[in-house]
Design a protein around this ligand. Sequence first.
Ligand SMILES: CC(C)(COP(=O)(O)OP(=O)(O)OC[C@H]1O[C@@H](n2cnc3c(N)ncnc32)[C@H](O)[C@@H]1OP(=O)(O)O)[C@@H](O)C(=O)NCCC(=O)NCCS
Length: 191
Amino acid sequence: MSFVVLYGIRTDYVHEVSEILDSIGLEAELWDNRDGSQDFAQLEGRPFVLAAGSPNGRMELDSEARGLKMNPHPAIVHQSASVSPSASLGPGSTVNRLVAIGSRTKIGSHVQINRSVSIGHGARVGNFVSFGAAVVLSGNVTIEAAAFLGAGSVVLPGLKVGNGAMVGAGAVVTRDVPAGRTVVGVPARLI
Ligand SMILES: CC(C)(COP(=O)(O)OP(=O)(O)OC[C@H]1O[C@@H](n2cnc3c(N)ncnc32)[C@H](O)[C@@H]1OP(=O)(O)O)[C@@H](O)C(=O)NCCC(=O)NCCS
């Protein structure tokens, strides 16, 4: 009996989520909506996780699903990931292979954590944040809701990435990033 519903819209991340579920022996109905043509109405009341890559895409889908009295499934974590027992993960979040999550971290709901991400101790991560592969957060970093961190970016200790901000692939963040802004490069600069 499948009890998790996945949405894929304009993304292949649905396959990654499917592999996470396989690794922990959970069965799911893959709801492939990459062309946006599926009718959600028949999913009323089902638990769900989201496989859309962008924070905005997941926010839209979440609001649509909640309109159908659907609730997020508890976070799903790849069998190879290492999550501190003192960390908390909100519902609907997905943790891909080889991720490491440190002590006393608090991670919100519908957070997408791609392969080999390292989240340092004491991090605060808001809802709908997206981590590209191999992002590194040093200790006590704050990532506000719906921020996007590109692959291989690094955030130095104690810094804050604001609501909806974007960090380019490979950037090294040495100062707080204002909400809604984009930074790239080493050291990261606003564009
Ligand atoms: C930062 C980013 C979001 C900017 O996208 P954008 O707003 O479309 O920006 P553009 O492509 O128009 O680039 C704007 C400028 O920034 C530069 N730039 C873009 N991304 C950069 C990066 N990651 N590092 C350094 N410079 C970058 C471009 O060369 C361009 O410079 P120019 O004006 O001198 O030509 C995007 O380039 C990026 O890095 N996305 C991350 C993708 C990723 O990692 N996905 C997850 C995979 S797991």
